[in-house]
Design a protein around this ligand. Structure first.
Ligand code: FAD
Length: 397
């Protein structure tokens, strides 16, 4: 009998974690990535314990420790004077898995190295998934590219192809992502250029302002600081990633605390992303599954988009392995249906909580006073309890 073989569209964080999780369970895959290069600069990721546990189970704890920063916690600050509103220290007793602060390219490289070391993962790069047909035996996927007509076969197709997912459209969901009214300005600053932050414990700092907020944290073993300024905007810019003008950014931060402005002034350049949202999709249709942003893009107010993609990948691989072991190839649709059912409530809750945070983070005066009072009264313990459901997550296995 030949080994079961799945097709995965997209070599982002979700697609690579899925390939690795499947490979570790003896399931082969072909990862199809439409880009020819993988590099992405200027972005950090908070990988919280819920998804960190999935990565640790894939034996990635050591490489993650080498390039990541273990966060001491979160400090929420006022916009104008930078005064602390509340802190949420990382609680090692409750969460032995660290809150990791990583540059996106570091995490992606770790996943890429791990997947390339697995003999049962194959890559096709520079070709996209264009079409898919499914029948009782499996799926046939057509690829884009000059050798038109090339087809691949597998037991199923996992669409991990991001916000503008082609697989999602092929599964019947044609509604396009909608602009959210937010844009994110992102940069990486050499830590040596921000000596005024030198005494701070490594952690996440969140500045809450009217119609905007900023978040910064160290990444790359502490050599760089990831800074994101997220503001409300009238319309989406053409293309969703472009260079941001320094003078415009200064205007957005005109009334911010001096320490934040000083940090922003040290930025070598800015990338601006218009943020789009999409309703959660049905995560399974027959032999096609969706994961990560393809299934449920998340606004970055809870820092959970990549974490959800990693969780999805772990759950999907487990269920596929269980159903394949019991029912053979015929078990794929049931595995994918079980995956969709297992994930539905959690992803909806994370999406909704992220939106809710967006509304409260950006409140203007006088509503911001009430918000700050609530946060103060919650205190460190109240904050930890508030997010317990999120960070305590474990796969039901
Ligand atoms: C400002 C900002 C800050 C964020 N901060 C955090 C954070 O702190 N923590 C966190 O967890 N998340 C964060 N996120 C969210 C996170 O970046 C995304 O949710 C995550 O990267 C989604 O991963 P993915 O693998 O689903 O999709 P992607 O990373 O988008 O990967 C999709 C891949 O599919 C490929 N592809 C597309 N179409 C095709 C096709 N037809 N065929 C083959 N391949 C295709 C693409 O080229 C790409 O490589 C943040 C997002 C933003 C905007």
């Amino acid at each position: 009998m030949t080994a079961p073989h799945l097709l995965i569209a997209g070599a982002g964080i979700g697609g690579l974690t899925a390939a690795l999780s499947l490979a570790r369970r003896g399931i082969a895959s072909t990862v199809i990535e439409k880009r020819t290069g993988f590099g992405e600069t200027g972005a950090g990721l908070q990988i919280t314990p819920n998804s960190g546990r999935v990565l640790d189970a894939l034996d990635l704890a050591l490489p993650l420790k080498r390039v990541g920063v273990s966060s001491h916690g979160l400090t929420v600050r006022r916009w104008r004077d930078g005064g602390s509103i509340v802190e949420m220290p990382a609680d090692a007793a409750r969460q032995p898995t660290p809150f990791r602060l990583l540059s996106r390219i570091d995490l992606h490289t770790i996943l890429l190295d791990a997947t390339r070391a697995m003999p049962n993962i194959r890559f096709i790069v520079g070709r996209g998934v264009e079409d898919v047909r499914q029948d009782e035996a499996g799926v046939t996927v057509a690829l884009t590219g000059q050798n038109g007509g090339e087809r691949l076969q597998g037991l199923g197709l996992i669409g991990a192809d991001g916000l503008w997912s082609r697989v999602r459209s092929l599964a019947g969901d044609e509604a396009a992502p909608a602009f959210t009214g937010y844009e994110a300005w992102r940069t990486m600053i050499p830590t040596a250029s921000a000596p005024h932050l030198a005494g701070e414990k490594p952690g996440v700092t969140l500045h809450l302002g009217p119609r905007r907020h900023a978040v910064h944290y160290p990444v790359s073993s502490g050599r760089q600081i990831n800074l994101v300024v997220l503001r409300q905007a009238q319309e989406a810019r053409e293309g969703w990633s472009r260079e941001g003008r320094r003078v415009a950014l200064r205007e957005h931060l005109a009334e911010a605390a001096p320490a934040l402005r000083q940090l922003a002034d040290a930025a070598p350049g800015w990338q601006v992303w218009s943020l789009f949202d999409r309703k959660p999709a049905a995560m399974a249709k027959g032999r096609i599954a969706l994961l990560g942003d393809a299934a449920h893009p998340v606004l970055p107010f809870l820092a959970q988009g990549a974490s959800l993609a990693i969780e999805d990948a772990g759950v999907l691989a487990r269920l596929l392995a269980e159903h394949l072991a019991q029912e053979g190839a015929a078990g794929v649709p049931a595995a994918l249906a079980a995956y969709a059912a297992a994930r539905a409530r959690r992803v909806a809750r994370v999406q909704e909580t992220s939106r809710e945070n967006g509304r409260t983070f950006h409140l203007g005066w006088p509503w911001s006073i009430g918000r700050d009072l609530v946060l103060k009264r919650l205190g460190p313990d109240g904050m930890s309890n508030r997010y317990g459901w999120l960070y305590d997550w474990r796969d039901a296995a």
